[in-house]
Design a protein around this ligand. Structure first.
Ligand SMILES: Nc1ncnc2c1ncn2[C@@H]1O[C@H](COP(=O)(O)OP(=O)(O)OP(=O)(O)O)[C@@H](O)[C@H]1O
Ligand SMILES: [Mg+2]
Length: 550
């Protein structure tokens, strides 16, 4: 082996200071060797820890601790166990040498060796020691980087799985959202005609019963479509500033009725809980759905706990969850029911995934919760242990504004009026039934098949009090642009949008633009009449200087 030129650090332990002089003399010429001398063997370990020798010379015969015992001590310490030790002895007997090697010595020299030989051995052991250390360090760093690589691969796999899940949910969401949109238009036609038929057959009791049954079907379909839209994050939301504590208290009765008297309900909201920005009625829906799931999982006996907390995520956590903000109010619905096995928890957010018997679950409760929370800018996750219970935790974005108490609208008449209303809708059947409905309420009705046609009418000088327009329609002019230009042509004109599906236009980042009025499809005659009356009364209120109109 070619010995590399390295610096050797020699620690000499010998009670005899003359010996130290000898060694110093022998190694003194070698610039690559530095020497440290300790006369008291009890200081040897501490000196080694400080000096960091590459080789240790140990005298065999010392009064307090002999060389063998000292070697044992070196070998017992992690820091010195590998440092080469050369025993120095005035005895040349083979038994001593054998014992020395057995105790862990690497070499044995009889006092006094030739100075060249001593330097050569010191260099040899030092370089072997350093080479071993280099190899060990490389091995450790290889092991560390392998572990880091494995960890990175695991993280990558995890985030790939999360991405895959999110993409799957996104794709299913797009599909269901699209179906729900068309479904809503169909329901609108059926529901509108049923309502007209109700007037036409007012004196036919059997017909009225059938119409009522059919209308129930339409309402059920509308609920289904609303859940699908919620899952597809296509539902126009009207977020307001909410205090979770107040919302839960207002739901208390409803929750107790929903879960039944055999289940204890515990609400825990800290007094300093932040406000959150969310659509209150949708959030109520989510809480109710989660409570019902909990009830089913507890087989009508157990404890349901709903708790809130302020949560601040660090940058990394927020990025990992794909969240834009870092401050949230968490809402956890906790039960001690049967829990979910991993394969159920994995699929629980998927639409139509249910483990409940036919007719008892549609598998849409958690899907709508998932879509709604995501659309609200939050996050929702399941933590479940089979046999112990489930926690569904949602993060809702913090709102810095105070809660705005809604001014209760005075009971507006839901009846009609004589104002002029322009209906803008591209679906001829939907347009026709809506026109008939409004006409039956007494309104004067104008119709246009798209925003461009509507604008042409207004530009010709047609005067209207309210424009009732679909949000998404084909044609060169967007409904939002129609509303803007109409307000220029007829200052103060009211605009009511309607949509079964809103991706853009009046909903931005899943939220309805402020000041915009929207009626979701499918709507009932009742809700259409009320909304239109509210807007027309608001118009009157404004003209009368904000006085309340009854
Ligand atoms: N708290 C819970 N404990 C145990 N399992 C649950 C819990 N919540 C949901 N699950 C499981 O997730 C499935 C999907 O729940 P989801 O609310 O989406 O649909 P559902 O309750 O089956 O039907 P729907 O809510 O439409 O009436 C449930 O069928 C059930 O297996
Ligand atoms: Mg459910």
């Amino acid at each position: 082996m070619l010995i590399k030129k390295i610096r050797s650090r020699v620690l000499l332990i010998d009670d005899d200071s003359l010996a130290a002089e000898m060694i110093r003399h022998m190694l003194g010429d070698s610039a690559d060797i530095s020497l440290q001398y300790v006369s008291d063997a009890r200081q040897a370990l501490a000196a080694a820890a400080e000096f960091k020798p590459t080789v240790i010379l140990v005298d065999l015969m010392m009064p307090l601790i002999d060389g063998f015992r000292l070697i044992r001590q070196f070998r017992a310490e992690a820091e010195t166990e590998d440092i080469p030790v050369i025993l120095l002895s005035s005895e040349d007997g083979p038994e001593r040498k054998v014992q020395g090697f057995a105790e862990g010595a690497n070499d044995y020299l009889v006092k006094w060796p030739n100075k060249l030989e001593l330097a050569a051995r010191v260099r040899y052991h030092s370089s072997a020691y350093l080479a071993h250390r280099e190899r060990d360090d490389a091995f450790i760093s290889l092991r560390e980087s392998q572990a880091a690589l494995l960890e990175r691969t695991r993280q990558l796999e995890e985030s790939q799985a999360a991405l895959h899940h999110a993409q799957k949910m996104e794709a299913v969401g797009k599909l269901t959202g699209g179906v729900a949109h068309d479904f809503n238009n169909v329901l609108q036609i059926i529901g509108g005609n049923l309502q007209l038929l109700k007037y036409d057959t007012a004196d036919n009791e059997a017909a009225q019963r059938r119409i009522a049954a059919a209308s129930k079907g339409v309402a059920r379909g509308a609920r289904l479509a609303a859940q699908l839209l919620a899952f597809g994050r296509r539902q126009p939301l009207q977020p307001t500033v909410i205090h979770i504590g107040a919302l839960l208290r207002s739901m208390d009765d409803m929750l107790r009725r929903a879960v039944g008297s055999s289940i204890d309900i515990e609400l825990a909201v800290p007094p300093d809980a932040w406000n959150t920005l969310a659509d209150a009625s949708q959030l109520e829906n989510v809480i109710l759905n989660l409570a019902i799931n909990a009830r089913d999982a507890m087989h009508e006996k157990g404890r349901l706990r709903i708790e809130a907390a302020n949560v601040t995520l660090d940058e990394q956590e927020a990025t990992a969850l794909g969240l834009d903000s870092r401050e949230f109010v968490s809402l956890s619905v906790i039960d001690n029911g049967e829990g979910m096995p991993p394969d159920v928890a994995e699929r629980a957010f998927e639409p139509f995934f249910t483990t409940k018997p036919n007719g008892q679950g549609t598998g849409l409760g958690l899907s709508m919760a998932y879509g709604f929370i995501k659309q609200t800018g939050g996050h929702i996750e399941i933590d479940s242990v089979p046999g112990s219970g489930t926690t569904i935790k949602a993060l809702l974005p913090k709102a810095c504004e105070p809660v705005h108490e809604p001014q209760p609208l005075a009971d507006r008449p839901t009846a009609g009026g004589q104002e002029r209303i322009l209906i803008v809708e591209d679906e001829p059947d939907v347009r026709a039934t809506t026109a008939e409905l409004l006409a039956s309420l007494g309104y004067q009705v104008l119709q246009a098949e798209n925003a461009h046609a509507a604008l042409t009418l207004l530009e010709k000088g047609e005067k209207v009090d309210l424009i009732f327009t679909d949000v998404v329609m084909p044609g060169p002019v967007h409904s939002v642009e129609l509303a803007r230009q109409a307000q220029v042509l007829i200052p103060g004109v009211q605009v009511l949008f309607t949509s079964g599906y809103t991706e853009n236009g009046i909903v931005h980042q899943g939220r309805l633009d402020p000041g915009v009025s929207l009626l979701n499809k499918p709507y009932t005659e009742e809700s259409l009449a009320r909304k239109i009356r509210q807007l027309l009364c608001r118009d009157t209120d404004a003209k009368e200087g904000g006085g309340s109109a009854g």
